[in-house]
Design a binder for this molecule. Structure first.
Ligand SMILES: [Zn+2]
Ligand SMILES: [Zn+2]
Length: 268
């Protein structure tokens, strides 16, 4: 089955194209399912601290959901559209996030860590944050956040598991035990992870998560979904074949898909 469960669109302010363009491009590619999963509005920063072009405004969430549901109906004969969201995990904001997500009939929620407190470690405009603490400290804080995200029960899929490597930073100490603990927490939370192939096109030039981590996750029985993290329609499904091949090589035959927050395993 051909799927892409991680896509954005113009509402976030740093992606190009409207939802219909993404859907039509996915149909053109012959995908069976397209997951629309734009960034959740920022809820933990005051207005003056939100940089431009990070995420949709709070009031846009409802119109986003309505538009996706309308497209879902309109294109139901051509493709299965999934209502998703890439929702940040922010320590201490669990209840607020729950409240934000609960009114809507999402098919799945990708849980991603971009923020450690007020700092967005994935934002190229905020590189000074890497100098304020040791790399080891940042990596530890990041993976503890992933663990908290999994324990929160707010999400179905952990997004780009090791995005903390995005700009090529590497910790000095051995973080394998930390990664193993984190994978165990994800497994115990009965969550899926994504192969996010956008890492191939970043400085890190490597899939999120690294193939070695994918292998460990598979040995624990964690299911995977696939995502391009497209920020323009032409990037839908870009690199996903590489992700599929990796899963196949590691003996995986099923892929996690979602319907109304229920996991459905399909043939890879
Ligand atoms: Zn984005
Ligand atoms: Zn992300």
């Amino acid at each position: 089955m051909l799927i892409d469960y991680h896509t954005h669109h113009e509402r976030c302010g740093h992606a190009i194209g409207n939802l219909r363009e993404y859907v039509e491009y996915a149909i053109k590619l012959g995908l069976d399912q397209i997951g629309l999963s734009d960034h959740m509005p920022i809820i933990h920063l005051t207005k003056d601290k939100i940089l431009p072009g990070v995420a949709m405004e709070l009031y846009q969430l409802e119109e986003y959901v309505t538009e996706v549901l309308d497209l879902k109906k309109e294109y139901q004969k051509d493709i299965e559209i999934k209502l998703g969201l890439e929702a940040d995990y922010i320590r201490g904001y669990e209840e607020k996030i729950e409240k934000l997500l609960s009114p809507y009939p999402f098919d799945y929620i990708l849980g991603s860590i971009h923020f450690l407190g007020e700092w967005d470690l994935s934002d190229s405009r905020q590189m000074e944050g890497w100098k304020q603490r040791s790399i080891d400290e940042i990596f530890t804080d990041y993976y503890l956040s992933v663990q908290n995200a999994a324990k929160s029960g707010l999400y179905d899929i952990i997004g780009h598991f090791d995005i903390v490597k995005k700009y090529g930073h590497r910790p000095q100490s051995d973080i394998n035990p930390l990664i193993e603990t984190t994978l165990n927490v994800i497994r115990n939370a009965n969550m899926a992870m994504e192969i996010n192939v956008s890492g191939l096109y970043k400085i890190s030039k490597e899939i999120f998560p690294a193939p070695g981590i994918v292998e460990k996750a598979i040995s624990l029985g964690i299911p995977f979904t696939l995502g391009s993290d497209a920020h323009k329609p032409e990037h839908i499904h870009r690199g996903i074949e590489e992700g599929r091949m990796l899963l196949k090589k590691l003996g995986v035959s099923k892929l996690a898909t979602f319907n109304q927050r229920n996991r459905i395993m399909v043939n890879l």
